[in-house]
Design a protein around this ligand. Structure first.
Ligand code: BYC
Length: 473
């Protein structure tokens, strides 16, 4: 298997696509549908070209190329990480066996389902972010938005390749459906809740890339363990691109906070809205919203689906190989978050296998906590007392055991009436959203930046902040 992509082909790839003419033709006939989708559902702001990273290789060094390209001519390619011929399945009932190069008949439906769910999120996020270009705070940010968008497009290609190559007619039909469902659509919505929410402003975008893309990191991390080798290798490479998306979120929120803190100190007030900044209360509410909808993406606290996926070898755990247990979990148990009989929030002991969604969600939460600690350092360094915090796991849940109750961000169960009355204290209200949107005036001039956000510490790929990252049409 070579690792360099062949760019003379219509679909750049490192999977020797030309050796399988049928597959190549099938993907080449999906390609115009993808491009139509990109034109009608992708970034709405007209551009001439954008300084973008394009994946060209999967090796350790120099996997990407940077340059100005017209977005519609972006080379969306198919890349699998290099095959490790010594690899063995690391968990479940097939532990120790060689990974599968084809889909075993008995796991076909489940694998297809996992790939479809993963694939569905990628174009969904592009749709959610479609209109953000019109209000970008700087050309640097605009470029980052487009970078995220084209790579989510490539991640869609990654899943479509698997569907076409390994799942026959049904796979091809599912690939078509991935372009048919749309974020927020009444008739054909995206599969998972968070991907039908709006991303109407840049604070939401940064929160989304911090919290929701981070679910992507953890889910891809579990699929990278899959016994189905092509899926594992695909996800391994996707994770490489994913880290930039989270960087955009982390540093985006850093910069919003820096600016807010600066205004608070300068004017000795927390009422920074009147000074053109985003108040900390509002930032906390956005954080509460995006964290809680992203936590829903981990599914129920207990799930027989996830137990079956693990035992079959389809989906492993985060850092599976570093865990010191039998990697089968048939005799172990774990405490998971639960509702007690009297309706209180507590924990209950369950078989470790059915608690695996909770296991993954906990790794995610502690990662999210790192972000919050980082942001709190920005507040502390500015000499401010206020701190941000992650809401409780039972707060604002629509999936899992807490879906049926209401709870405060502190984790106190409250009656539905009180929730209705008080939720505006914890989640963005229409007034908050309108204010945030009112700040979103585009700054499309080189080297300039909107007043509600601090400039980044450095530019992209060694370029300065005032580089001409985007040429608008
Ligand atoms: N919304 O047994 P349960 C990313 C359904 S993000 C709606 O607990 P399970 C990205 C569930 O399907 C990563 N429905 O679920 C980020 C099940 O339905 P059935 C995406 C939901 O299967 C940013 C039922 O409720 N990748 O890459 O253990 C930008 C019972 O649930 C939701 C993946 O998710 C929900 N939130 O876990 C771009 C990986 N949650 O069976 C990209 C693949 C659950 O009753 N997916 N349901 O019909 C999976 O591993 C699992 O399917 C889930 C759910 C973790 C999603």
């Amino acid at each position: 298997m070579t690792t360099a992509a062949d760019y003379s082909e219509k679909i750049p790839n490192n999977v020797e696509l030309h050796e399988d003419r049928r597959l190549q033709r099938a993907l080449e006939s999906w390609q115009p549908n993808f491009l139509n989708w990109w034109e009608s559902m992708g970034p709405a702001l007209p551009t001439e070209d954008v300084y973008l990273r394009t994946a060209v290789n999967v090796g350790r060094e120099g996997w990407a190329h940077f340059g100005h390209v017209a977005m519609k001519d972006y080379r969306w390619g198919i890349f699998l990480a290099e095959r490790d011929r010594d690899r063995r399945i690391a968990f479940g009932e097939h532990k120790g066996e060689p990974p599968w190069q084809q889909v075993p008949g008995e796991y076909r439906a489940e694998l297809q389902r996992l790939i479809v769910i993963q694939g569905d999120t990628e174009p969904a996020s592009v749709e959610q972010q479609r209109n953000l270009g019109a209000t970008a705070p700087s050309l640097y940010d605009l470029r980052n938005l487009f970078q995220v968008n084209v790579e989510e497009g490539r991640h869609l290609w990654a899943m479509v390749y698997l569907l076409h190559a390994y799942f026959g007619r049904e796979g091809r039909a599912e690939a078509q459906e991935l372009l048919h469902r749309h974020s927020g659509s009444q008739d054909a919505p995206r599969i998972l809740g968070a991907f039908n929410e709006e991303t109407p402003d840049w604070l939401s975008f940064f929160m989304f890339t911090y919290f929701t893309d981070r679910d992507g990191k953890y889910q891809l991390g579990t699929l990278k363990e899959s016994a189905f080798d092509p899926l594992s290798r695909t996800c391994e490479f996707m994770l490489k691109e994913e880290s930039h998306h989270m960087f955009v979120g982390t540093t985006g929120i850093d910069r919003v906070l820096e600016r807010t803190a600066q205004l608070m100190v300068e004017h000795d007030t927390s009422e920074v809205a009147a000074r053109g900044g985003i108040p900390l209360d509002v930032i906390q509410k956005y954080l509460n919203f995006h964290y809680s909808v992203s936590v829903d993406l981990f599914g129920g606290e207990t799930s027989t689906n996830v137990a079956n996926y693990f035992t079959a070898g389809l989906k492993g755990r985060w850092s599976e190989e570093r865990r010191r247990d039998d990697h089968k979990l048939s005799d172990s148990s774990v405490m998971v978050d639960a509702l007690t009989e009297d309706g209180q929030i507590g924990q209950t002991e369950v078989a470790a296998l059915v608690g695996l969604n909770t296991d993954l969600r906990r790794a995610y939460t502690s990662d999210c906590q790192n972000g919050v600690s980082r942001w709190n350092r920005i507040l502390a360094e500015a000499g401010l007392e206020r701190r941000l915090r992650l809401p409780h796991i039972a707060f604002n849940r629509k999936v899992g055991v807490f879906a049926g109750i209401e709870a405060t961000p502190g984790g106190e169960p409250i009656p539905a009436g009180e929730w209705q009355h008080r939720k505006g204290e914890w989640l963005p209200t229409d007034v908050d959203k309108t204010h945030v949107r009112s700040l979103m005036q585009p700054v499309h001039e080189r080297g300039k930046i909107a007043a509600w956000i601090a400039p980044p510490r450095s530019g992209i790929n060694g370029k300065p902040f005032d580089y001409d990252y985007v040429h608008l049409a």
